[in-house]
Write a protein that binds this ligand. Structure first.
Ligand code: MTE
Ligand code: MOS
Length: 769
């Protein structure tokens, strides 16, 4: 039996619902004498720390220690890429930035102690918006640019031109488990860190750097995460570091866990973006040239903002050939939380813009938007603006056609036109949008994975690899893969939580590539073990080595795996192996902005239908149909969960979740009461998810494809359906609406469509031709 391809439940599903699944913070009770940390937070977005007096806190009851810069034996910085994140700052760079951490016998004691810290600040002017940053030329890095042909010439020569801008809001990760770490001194003077981190190896690196010790002194383990979505890719590090510093200073275990409000106030989100564009197109709506400038609001430190902008620029084509393109990205430095990875990693922002532009082209020419989209699709063999050949571009059209048929697209479109002609105060809209998402870390060196497979004499197996579980099902999938690759029953495989002392120097569990990388590393290890067992089995079976087959816990259906393993042990054959994988054939030159950054593309498309109320701007998603290309799914139930969850998370970002900062730079939406998340009521009333058939992806483990991030961008179809409904309130014209398309924004947009409001300045339009 093959386990890959089976719809198995998530390996922790039962433990999740019974509460038996352990998360980092659940370990707290196992460490008597554990201390709890509470930050002293600066009440300014930008200021100098003039004085810090911790004596009051030190004298406060049940306070064990107060951590400040003086306690840092190594480097006072937790920046993962650029070293630009002082742990204990002299200059405050965002509102609520911690200036000291109080360790108490209880959380309450730490909190009361923190109130006794006397800090004086000299406030400085703060940069709080992209506009401010542009005016002040406040950028983290030099602009990134990808150029193909001469966009200005192509646009000037085009029969039609549009100019516009689009503001795209950020997004809070809102993982259910807020950030958490527990550190303690281990048995031999090292530090053991339990952390809710997507990147244990980097957490180890940063902890070691701050403690001023070699990395072998630090061990990091991640049991599992209650969601991460990119938010724990680098931003788990500073908190793990505080816990480790506290353990080093006091010799006692230390726990750092952010309450929800602090998680909102202190840690990064999806980058808000501003886009400015000029597009030239022909009578058929084919884009001739595009000039695009993107600005991201990166916050106070660089974090992953450069590669996030890079991915936005890589994906500003989505599934469309743009023959002449000039795309520039500015990473704005503002006095806000440091914006970070979030499912799609800049890709969604890039794609929203091109889909917005295509709809504007369609409205300008009064042609149905899906037709304009189709006309601009990549064809087989086309090359992207960064020089990568889209080798399976025919999948875009194949998915598109199959989905239009299965969703009854044309019949519904006609019905909606009839509905809209008859109704004045309610309109419906339907839209179909594609996704083409590049799979691989764009920093090529990250595309490697490692595994350690241990076979015990009874035939049971422990599998270690570098990937972390955040709910996405990686452990379920890699367990299926391990069982198949070794030829044992799935119950023989125990998956171990990732630890840096098992598999070193691992990459972040990110970029949707974790099954590809870790699964292939496991396969490598399993092949080595089988190759060593084969001669042993051949002698036992009196056959040729090449005839030995491992399957279902049996060898050639004659011996048990355990029998062969025990015999091998007696013959002094090693029963463990490390496996390794690096993605072949990828390369990228960031100087020329050309290469093949992606191993392959994940494709999909979605049709969404909405109804919009003309009096309030409220809308409902009536139906969504998704066709996703996951290759040969390793775990269809898991993949379905990823597609559904990703879509809803994208819908939240594009329609509901409005992240606001106030005039002082404070997070104004710091909880579920003010930050509107999608819930059951936002799930489409009718929701169909299916996978593309005959879609084996050659060269990838089990012929599968990455699925973690791409479905999020399918939710752009909801935004486009809302725009279509808004358009139906007017007679013709472009629908400019910033993101998220909240009911308020939809209301004002439909008033503009009705000609009752002037075009707003933020969504200003200039039309030519
Ligand atoms: N699914 C769940 N349930 N929870 C998460 O935190 N993170 C997403 C995606 N799906 C996430 C998730 C993100 S941002 C990425 S990059 C991938 O999972 C990472 O896991 P993978 O490489 O195994 O797909
Ligand atoms: Mo995902 S944003 O790559 O962690």
């Amino acid at each position: 039996m093959r386990f890959s391809g089976q719809s198995t439940p998530h390996e922790s599903a039962r433990a999740h619902v019974t509460g038996e699944a352990l998360y980092t913070d659940d370990l707290m009770s196992r460490f008597p004498g554990i201390l709890h940390a509470w930050p002293v937070m600066a009440p300014h977005a930008h200021a100098l720390l003039a004085r810090l007096d911790i004596s009051g806190a030190e004298a406060s009851p049940c306070v064990a220690a107060v951590l400040t810069a003086k306690d840092v034996p190594g480097e006072n910085d937790s920046g993962a890429n650029r070293h630009d994140e002082p742990l204990f700052p002299e200059e405050i760079a965002y509102h609520s930035q911690p200036v000291a951490w109080v360790l108490g016998e209880s959380l309450e004691a730490a909190r009361i102690g923190a109130l006794q810290v006397r800090a004086e600040y000299r406030p400085l002017p703060a940069i709080l918006t992209i506009e401010d940053a542009i005016a002040a030329q406040s950028f983290h890095s030099t602009p990134q640019r990808i150029v193909r042909g001469d966009a200005a010439v192509a646009i000037a020569a085009s029969p039609h031109r549009i100019e516009g801008r689009l503001s795209i809001g950020g997004q809070e990760h809102f993982y259910l488990e807020t950030k958490c770490a527990i550190a303690r001194m281990d048995e031999s003077g090292g530090v053991m860190v339990e952390a809710s981190t997507q990147h244990p190896a980097e957490t180890q690196e940063i902890v070691a750097r701050v403690l001023g010790v070699a990395r072998h002194r630090v061990t990091v383990e991640c049991l599992r995460m209650g969601g991460a979505f990119g938010g724990k890719e680098v931003q788990a590090n500073p908190l793990a570091t505080i816990a480790a510093l506290g353990a080093a200073k006091t010799g006692r275990p230390v726990r750092v866990r952010l309450p929800r409000r602090q998680d909102f106030a202190l840690t990064g989100k999806r980058h808000p973006f501003q886009a400015q564009f000029t597009a030239g197109f022909d009578e058929n709506g084919r884009i001739c040239g595009l000039d695009l400038t993107l600005y991201s609001d990166a916050g106070w430190s660089l974090d992953l903002s450069d590669p996030v902008m890079g991915r936005a620029l890589f994906h500003c084509d989505n599934a469309y050939l743009i023959p002449a393109l000039s795309a520039t990205g500015y990473v704005c430095k503002t006095h806000k939380t440091s914006q970070t990875a979030f499912r799609g990693f800049g890709g969604p922002q890039g794609m929203v813009v091109i889909e917005d532009i295509l709809d504007r082209i369609a409205r300008t020419l009064a042609v149905e938007p899906h037709i304009i989209r189709e006309r601009n699709f990549y064809r087989e063999g086309d090359v992207t603006h960064y020089g990568q050949t889209v080798k399976d571009a025919d999948r875009i059209a194949r998915i598109w056609e199959e989905l239009k048929t299965s969703s009854n697209f044309y019949e519904r479109l006609a019905a909606i036109h009839r509905f809209n002609a008859a109704e004045h105060h309610r309109k419906r809209g339907i839209a179909i949008t594609p996704v083409k998402f590049g799979i691989s870390f764009t920093a090529t060196f990250y595309n490697q994975g490692g595994a350690l497979v241990l076979v015990y004499r009874d035939g049971s197996v422990q599998v270690n690899h570098g990937g972390t579980e955040m709910g996405q099902g990686l452990i379920t999938k890699t367990r299926q893969i391990a069982a198949d690759c070794l030829g044992v029953e799935i119950d023989a495989i125990r998956m171990m939580p990732p630890r840096t002392d098992k598999v070193p120097n691992t990459s972040a569990t990110a970029a949707s590539a974790s099954t590809d990388l870790n699964g292939a590393a496991i396969r490598d290890a399993c092949r080595q073990i089988q190759a060593r067992l084969a001669p042993v089995a051949a002698r036992m079976l009196d056959c040729d080595e090449t005839q030995v087959r491992f399957a279902d816990g049996l060898v050639n259906d004659a011996l048990t795996f355990a029998q062969v393993v025990e015999a091998a042990y007696k013959q002094r054959v090693p029963l463990f192996a490390h496996g390794y994988y690096r993605t072949p054939e990828i390369q990228y030159d960031s100087k020329t902005a050309q290469g093949r950054p992606f191993s392959y593309y994940a494709y999909g498309a979605a049709v969404s239908e909405v109804k919009v109320d003309g009096f309030t701007g409220e809308y409902r998603v009536l139906r969504a149909d998704i066709l996703e290309d996951v290759g040969d799914s390793v775990s269809p139930l898991i993949d379905r969960g990823q597609v559904e969850g990703g879509f809803i998370q994208g819908l939240g970002w594009l329609t509901l979740e409005e992240f606001l900062w106030d005039a002082e730079g404070r997070v104004a939406t710091a909880g579920a009461s003010t930050y509107k998340l999608p819930s059951w009521s936002e799930v489409p009333e009718e929701f169909h998810v299916s996978f593309l058939k005959r879609a084996t992806e050659p060269g990838v483990i089990m012929g599968s494809k990455a699925v973690g991030e791409p479905p999020l961008m399918l939710a752009i179809s909801v935004r486009e359906a809302i725009r279509a409904a808004v358009a139906a309130f007017g007679s013709k014209g472009i629908v400019a609406i910033d993101s998220p398309a909240t009911p308020e924004r939809v209301f004002w947009a439909l008033r503009r469509a009705q000609g009752r409001e002037p075009i707003s300045s933020t969504a200003a339009e200039v039309m030519h031709g």
